[in-house]
Ligand binder design. Sequence first.
Ligand code: FMN
Length: 412
Amino acid sequence: MHDTAALASPQHKSLVSHSGNSRYAKLHRRFPSVDHLRRQARRRVPYFAFEYADGGAGSDDAGIKRNWAALDAVELVPRYGVMPSLPACDIELFGRRYAAPIGIAPMGGPSIVWPGADMYLARAAQRSRIPYVLSTVGGATIERIAEIAADVFWFQLYRFARNDHAIGFDLTARAQAAGCRTLVLTLDVPVRTTRPREATHGLAGAFEINPAIIMQIARAPGWIVSLCKNGIPRFANLRDYVGGGATLAELLGFVRREMGGAFTWEEVGRYRERWKGTMVVKGILHPQDAEIAVSLGVDGLIVSNHGGRQIEALPAPIDALPAIVRQVGNRATVMMDSGVRSGSDVVRACALGAATTFAGKAFLWGLGALGEEGPGHVIDLLIDETQAALGQLGAHTVTATRSLSVRHAAAL
Ligand SMILES: Cc1cc2nc3c(=O)[nH]c(=O)nc-3n(C[C@H](O)[C@H](O)[C@H](O)COP(=O)(O)O)c2cc1C
């Protein structure tokens, strides 16, 4: 799909290109990296909510650590004496122009971390012109996000098989009617797994408010203010299917009962036939799965291990990326997430063939640390760092990263 009307020039206030006393410069002094935001988020949101956002599969978050270590291990070799001006970070994806090779990954329940999260994420994405992917189990409706983030709104779908996919088909019809152009089918949650850090707070079963949870909430006044403003987090898109007055427990029960299992390739094909816009599958780690997806007419793939949240034994997407790019890169747009925390990570992925990256936890840390202002600050940080990394490496554009020398011993 090509939509040249949307190729507006992205607005971005760069620290590299703008010095001075802007709000960004002030925030940058206190929180000069995504990791600084993570530390602040740990202090500022109720502990169970931080554990929900931050915890991974396996003992000691082994999968998350593998993602970080694999990205850290990629070395980019600079070339000097070639760059006349500031590098450009903007990219084109599926015929639309975005400010940078960065997007907000779909996340269920981000309002647990900061009530109102989906709206704040969507607003920041629209302002900065980066993709925002609303999760099936996000906290705002498809229709609301389409209003807030008309130019950058993508919709992610999980599987609802009952009644011949009636709910899934209805959700995608709603997304299409609301003007969403990109559908993302998530393949990498074939089973529900348990994250130890969630389990210890009762988040793996039926969530119950107990004295410990109340104490954690009481210590998070900013979070309480946002809760009063935005209401209790709910699965906004599923309410119609459960019944208008459904309680949180009923909604959770519905999700556990009705949602789940991996999409089969036959089902992916059926969605492909119905969906008129760009279709992306998320969670690919094997080149042959990428091949099958492309043979079904899928336009893009997100190489992902769900941010290390499913099982810790999965390879890091950055290591799986080159083989998938070799397999289908000339026929589909290959993107990547899992572990991205800095502009250097963004450029590493682009140098290994990703058309763009997405981040999940980084945005939740931003929300936890700064509330409404957090997502915008994460975007600003990642764009500035990306621009600095491009400049350091002698790449004028994101596409030019493909010609860099990359040392990547762990590639699959
Ligand atoms: C709290 C949380 C909830 C998530 N929920 C979803 C979801 O509803 N749908 C989905 O496709 N991926 C979901 N993911 C995975 C993200 O889309 C993305 O793949 C992952 O966060 C990327 O890794 P990163 O967190 O290291 O950036 C979730 C991730 C987190 C942290």
